[in-house]
Design a binder for this molecule. Structure first.
Ligand SMILES: O=C(O)c1cc(C(=O)O)c2c(n1)C(=O)C(=O)c1cc(C(=O)O)[nH]c1-2
Length: 236
């Protein structure tokens, strides 16, 4: 049997998965951050990512139900509140609908999912089912893409402000909230994964879970790239 990695080695390997496979490297995402998406392509990204957003609290509820201690559940439940909100303090899903309105997608069109592509649905449903079926420490490991999200999200605020000036600024509130929520969530996630994945086999499963999650995000962008191709690239 292979020896377990030290926590430092394990964390470095988790980070390497992101360095190689996180969705910031996908051509559709690269185009977004270079300011090259057309309004239609940016709207398509927002409308399809909504299906991911609305399923985040669902997968978090599946994980919550498996957490064995009250202490862990108390911390984890905050993720659901962040997205679903409460009366008076609407959460991330509402903020994402407002992002949609800020890019020109009427609320009704976002909520009825008419723009959600089949492959996006399959990819996101696979993530939810992964969290439903896997042991909770491995499901938690799949959330660790959040280690890589804050840098990207803070860049995205500047990108949208500067390169897509037609996007109404109030739409960016979702991303501003994630700047403090995501590091808190990934700290908790890392704490759990380091504590629970103590054998080499469990560590390798955690790496595979994070890799799977990167594939989910990647597949979402593949679907968008196919349905909303770059017109110049097709013609040349
Ligand atoms: O905009 C992004 O690039 C991005 C990426 C990710 C991610 O890495 O999974 C999340 C989010 N945003 C996000 O907003 C979010 O709430 C979120 C929750 C999770 C998760 O798996 O629990 N990932 C992400």
């Amino acid at each position: 049997m292979n020896e377990r990695w030290s926590n430092e080695e394990f964390l470095a390997r988790l980070r390497k998965v992101g360095a190689l496979h996180y969705h910031d490297k996908h051509p559709y995402h690269v185009s977004m951050h270079e300011g090259k998406l057309t309004p239609e392509q940016l709207r398509a990204w927002v409308a399809n990512r909504f299906y991911y957003q609305k399923n985040i609290p669902v997968k978090d509820a599946l994980i919550l139900a498996k957490l064995p201690s009250r202490e862990e559940r108390r911390r984890w439940i905050q993720r659901i509140i962040d997205h679903d909100g409460r009366e008076g303090t609407e959460g991330g899903i509402e903020a994402w609908v407002r992002l949609g309105e800020a890019v020109g997608i009427p609320r009704e069109e976002m909520l009825d999912e008419r723009h959600v592509l089949p492959a996006v649905r399959f990819a996101v449903d696979a993530y939810v089912n992964f969290c439903r079926l896997e042991p909770w420490p491995i499901a938690v490991a799949s959330s660790l893409t959040e280690l890589f999200a804050p840098t990207l999200v803070s860049q995205r605020i500047g990108v949208l402000e500067q390169l897509y000036p037609w996007v109404r600024p109030e739409g960016l509130e979702y991303f501003r909230s994630r700047l403090h929520q995501a590091p808190r969530d990934s700290d908790h996630g890392v704490e759990i994964v380091m504590r629970e994945c103590t054998t080499r086999e469990e560590q390798e499963k955690a790496i595979a879970a994070l890799s799977f999650k990167c594939d989910v995000l990647w597949a979402l962008l593949d679907a968008l790239a196919l349905a909303y191709p770059n017109k110049e690239a097709v013609l040349t």
